[in-house]
Design a protein around this ligand. Structure first.
Ligand SMILES: Nc1ncnc2c1ncn2[C@@H]1O[C@H](COP(=O)(O)OP(=O)(O)OP(=O)(O)O)[C@@H](O)[C@H]1O
Length: 324
């Protein structure tokens, strides 16, 4: 278990982490999300005793990292996969770590097997791809068979097979009862890997809740409707007080109504429907909704396209409203 209480880190005038409190429980994968510069890495570094908190504290299994008798056996971490001496082989790197932490030699081969690096284990790591470096970092994290695991952007540089593999590994580690704390910018990946989310923005906790609750609270589902009689059906739905938006392919997005209500309305007026589907919001939509105001670094992108036209103001569709 990881417990942070009032955790704060200031770099000069920059308050990187601001009075953060959260608990990461065993037996589940907890995703740590936030825009660039939100304070994720700094928080993880404080958990590992690599940065000293300005205020507050954080413990791993009830103790500060510096007080752990055999740290690698209690917490394994992948923070910066590039922090390996390029002249050493993967085997040698792991062996040095094992020997300095009282871990049996045979564990080195076990973790090399687990991450799929056996075939290149004796080659210098300077020739490793980004993905191989990630796998080696994960092998080091697993070396002490720790109950707590932390991964900062673990899928960085991994190919689809590698991403699939790490997803399975995290789920397996959590199912074994371990504490798994993982940061990622890949929302689609987090959506299928994490059970619980801690979301941080500008150094403050914005959400600490389970995945479904986070999505439900921060984004709304809608119903996608396609009908050859859209020009008549649209105003009927708008008149019910439902928010109706025309989308690019001339279908409609309807907010505030259930699919059954829309189907009934169409049937009552003898109108045909070609599609009626409830669309659940994604983690990415919920994340963007919550963190939109706290993004530190905005790209100089061109102006976004105008929002979809609400149907009430929309020009009439061409012809009799039939869809292509
Ligand atoms: N050693 C440091 N000295 C000064 N400022 C720092 C230092 N480390 C981090 N910061 C600043 O603290 C803030 C939080 O940085 P941090 O790396 O923790 O964010 P992050 O959420 O991990 O970002 P990213 O998703 O981009 O990796 C940023 O504004 C960063 O510039």
């Amino acid at each position: 278990m990881i417990e942070a209480r009032g955790l704060t880190k200031r770099f000069g005038s920059k308050l990187a982490v601001n009075q953060v409190s959260f608990t990461v429980l065993p037996g589940q994968v907890t995703g740590f999300l936030g825009p660039n510069g939100a304070g994720k890495s700094t928080t993880m570094r404080m958990i590992l005793g690599l940065d000293r908190p300005t205020a507050g504290h954080v413990t791993v299994n009830g103790r500060h990292y510096s007080r752990l008798a055999a740290p690698l056996r209690e917490v394994g971490a992948l923070l910066d996969a590039k922090s390996v001496h390029g002249g050493r082989s993967a085997h040698h790197h792991l062996l040095c770590l094992a020997q300095s932490n009282g871990i049996p030699r045979k564990r080195v081969d076990e973790v090399l097997d687990m991450v799929g690096l056996q075939a290149v284990a004796r080659k210098p790591t300077r020739g490793f791809s980004l993905g191989m470096g990630q796998r080696l970092g994960i092998a080091a994290a697993l070396l002490g068979d720790p109950a707590v695991l932390m991964f900062d952007e673990p899928v960085n540089g991994l190919d689809p097979e590698g991403i699939h593999w790490i997803r399975g590994l995290m789920r397996k580690l959590a199912a074994e009862g371990r504490t798994v704390f993982v940061s990622s910018h890949l929302m689609s990946e987090m959506a299928i890997t994490a059970d619980h989310l801690v979301v941080i923005g500008q150094g403050r906790i914005l959400a600490d809740t389970d995945m479904q609750d986070f999505i439900d609270r921060n984004a709304t589902s809608h119903v996608l409707v396609r009908s050859p009689q859209m020009s008549e059906l649209g105003p009927l739905m708008a008149a019910r007080g439902w928010r109706v938006e025309m989308v690019a392919d001339h279908s409609l997005k309807v907010f505030g109504a259930r699919a059954a209500e829309i189907g009934d309305l169409a049937a009552d007026h003898g109108m045909r429907l070609h599609e009626l589907a409830t669309v659940q919001p994604s983690l990415e939509e919920a994340f963007m909704q919550l963190t939109g105001d706290v993004v530190e670094y905005h790209a100089g992108l061109p102006e976004p396209p105008p929002p979809p036209t609400p149907l009430g103001d929309a020009p009439a569709p061409p012809g009799n409203g039939d869809l292509p």
